[in-house]
Design a protein around this ligand. Structure first.
Ligand SMILES: NC(=O)c1ccc[n+]([C@@H]2O[C@H](COP(=O)([O-])OP(=O)(O)OC[C@H]3O[C@@H](n4cnc5c(N)ncnc54)[C@H](O)[C@@H]3O)[C@@H](O)[C@H]2O)c1
Length: 273
């Protein structure tokens, strides 16, 4: 197995995307540290991985709180000796534009996405360097971090920032043999997440704040060149690749698992072709 003996710490482990990524990393042999501000999501993700025959712990943690971040990494070190793979996925959806976004909500949303990734990256990287561990870090972006989505200003701005955070940190940590990449998901098929929520015994759908802008395709798959939306396990398999030695010469790279969405010529409508 590609990640045998490795330890992966994943943040934002709801039963949707990050839960799917955590389960794929575990299937590839990694021990999992499942981190979420909702204790239920941390614990149920770990329990599902254990039920699947692998090792995992759940840790409740607010990714914007430095003390809690240091403590979560301490739990990982105590249990598994260190962290080899960090996946920063904790995020907050809040569909508001610049004209109606309150300052405190802007700060909270950008804080979770950017400061959360900054804090975990900083402290995990210190721990990897001290242990001479040639680990790797994956930041979860979104196609909204590559393109201008109206009415989603905090999210798109933070995800665009995270894309270049990835490149900057990749250059800084290259000297230690630590690779830093990002993975870009897009609008995601819900069947797998719903099945995972039922299997974990947690609620679905999760709360989403605000309203999407008018003018979005009613069926997002019709805008994807492959005419199908990716599932969380599609992202999970890509994360396994990035985290494995198969990607040993890849750093500072963004792997888009978006059914071709970002590459699409804007006038072309694949669903009408
Ligand atoms: N769902 C999509 O269509 C989509 C598309 C592109 C990218 N993404 C990205 O994929 C990742 C997962 O998305 P998802 O759809 O599974 O979202 P989700 O809302 O189901 O999961 C996000 C998780 O982050 C947790 N979280 C929020 N604030 C936190 C904090 N302060 N500390 C710790 N945990 C916190 C939430 O409790 C939740 O479990 C995110 O980074 C998201 O931006 C999602």
């Amino acid at each position: 197995m590609k990640l045998e003996g490795k330890t992966a710490l994943v943040t934002g482990t709801s039963p949707n995307i990050m839960g799917g990524i955590a389960e794929e990393l575990a299937r590839a042999g990694a021990n999992l540290v499942c981190v979420d501000i909702r204790e239920e999501y941390a614990e149920k993700c770990a329990a599902a991985i254990i039920a699947d025959g692998h090792d995992a712990i759940g840790v409740a943690c607010d990714v914007t709180d430095e003390e809690q971040v240091v403590s979560a990494i301490g739990r990982a070190n105590d249990r598994y000796g260190g962290v080899d793979i960090l996946v920063n996925g904790a995020a907050l959806f809040n569909f508001k534009g610049v004209l109606n976004m309150p300052l405190d909500e802007w700060r909270r949303q950008t804080d979770i996405i950017l400061t959360g990734a900054f804090l975990f990256t900083k402290h995990v990287a210190h721990s990897m360097i001290e242990q001479n561990r040639k680990g790797n870090i994956i930041n979860i972006i979104s196609t909204a971090g590559h393109q201008g989505e109206p009415g989603n200003v905090g999210y798109g701005t933070a995800k665009g920032g995270l894309l270049n955070f990835t490149r900057s940190v990749a250059m800084e940590l290259a000297q230690y043999g630590i690779r830093v990449n990002s993975l870009t998901p897009t609008a995601t098929g819900q069947a797998e997440g719903r099945e995972r929520a039922a299997r974990w015994g947690v609620e679905w759908p999760r709360p989403r704040l605000g309203e999407r802008a008018a003018g979005l395709l009613p069926d997002a798959s019709q805008g994807a060149p492959l005419l199908q939306l990716p599932s969380p396990s599609n992202y999970g398999k890509a994360a396994v690749f990035l985290a494995s030695d198969d990607a040993e010469m890849i750093t500072g790279f963004d792997l888009r698992v978006d059914a071709g969405a970002v590459s699409r010529y804007w006038i072309w409508s694949p669903g009408d072709a």
